[in-house]
Design a protein around this ligand. Structure first.
Ligand code: 6PG
Length: 268
């Protein structure tokens, strides 16, 4: 365990219980996420000078990135934040599918980040495995890892796909079984393409994992992930060993959850 060792205000050694917070709507969801982001960033910078965050892609986090870029929450230490990506599509940064491209447009191009603190996956490289190995090396260098060690992000942002995937860990794909690598090029049949993704050991080393889930179309899969322990879905395998696991969901996405969860009961 290195880098971000005391991020996220959680010092327990036991895998803490997931926290599920249901917000009325997506605007409240993004506001709550922005407040968490700012608090975690300030705490990490206060305690160790930097804040390392792995950004998620897809459409949902764009609302958060836009809010952060519009100063929705004060005093974010932009100059001390080191940006990474939890996953990426095998496309150049200018491609509309690019997760880096989305975050750059929505946030990074609008706030005073230091370019040397932005570590994107060079997904324009044709040889996907080579691009994954290069990113792995970036992580090893930044977190000053010794062989066998995994990086500890202060915050890892994740989403939830309709099939229960998270990052680019899709059901039935080889990356789900990776135990040693930090980043892999994961072949995904349904896209007939590679996706770059952090592996489960890295996700589960995070000091804080924050899932953002919004919309009615996610209701069924969210219920499966949070309430069906036998579903064996990729998102269910994200359980930080010594970190916080926070689910921020809006009421539309939470509409399929049992009343006890809606009433605040937290699954173990
Ligand atoms: C990606 C993401 C992926 C995403 C889910 C949810 O690159 O697509 O990282 O894991 O979080 O697919 O996507 P939406 O937010 O678009 O529903």
């Amino acid at each position: 365990m290195r880098g971000g060792e005391n991020g996220c205000m959680s010092t327990s050694r036991m895998a803490p219980q997931p926290e599920i917070r249901i917000l009325d709507n997506s605007a409240d969801l993004f506001q709550a996420a922005a407040v968490e982001f700012a608090a975690l960033a300030s705490e990490a910078v206060r305690s160790k000078g930097t804040f390392s965050v792995a950004l998620s892609g897809g459409s949902t986090p764009k609302g958060l990135y836009t809010l952060l870029a519009n100063d929705a929450v004060p005093s974010i230490p932009w100059g001390r934040i080191c940006f990474f990506w939890g996953d990426e599509r095998h496309v150049p940064p200018v491609n509309p599918e690019s997760n880096y491209g989305m975050a750059y447009e929505a946030m990074l191009s609008k706030v005073p980040v230091r370019l040397q603190n932005v570590f994107r996956i060079h997904a324009e490289v044709k040889d996907a495995d080579a691009a994954a190995v290069a990113y792995e090396q970036d992580l090893k260098t930044f977190f000053n890892l010794r062989p066998g060690e995994f990086p500890r992000f202060d915050l890892t942002l994740l989403g939830l796909g309709p099939d229960g995937h998270t990052a680019s860990l899709f059901p039935g794909t080889t990356a789900l079984h990776e135990k040693d690598r930090l980043v892999v090029a994961n072949w995904v049949d349904k896209f007939n393409a590679y996706r770059f993704t952090l592996t489960l050991p890295v996700l589960n080393q995070s000091a804080c994992v924050m899932f953002l889930v919004s919309g009615q179309e996610k209701a069924e899969i969210l219920r499966e992930v949070l309430e069906n322990p036998h579903a064996d879905l990729p998102a269910q395998k994200v359980r930080p060993a010594d970190g916080r696991l926070l689910w921020l969901v809006d009421s539309a996405a939470a509409s399929g959850l049992s009343q006890r969860i809606k009433d605040g009961w937290q699954p173990s």
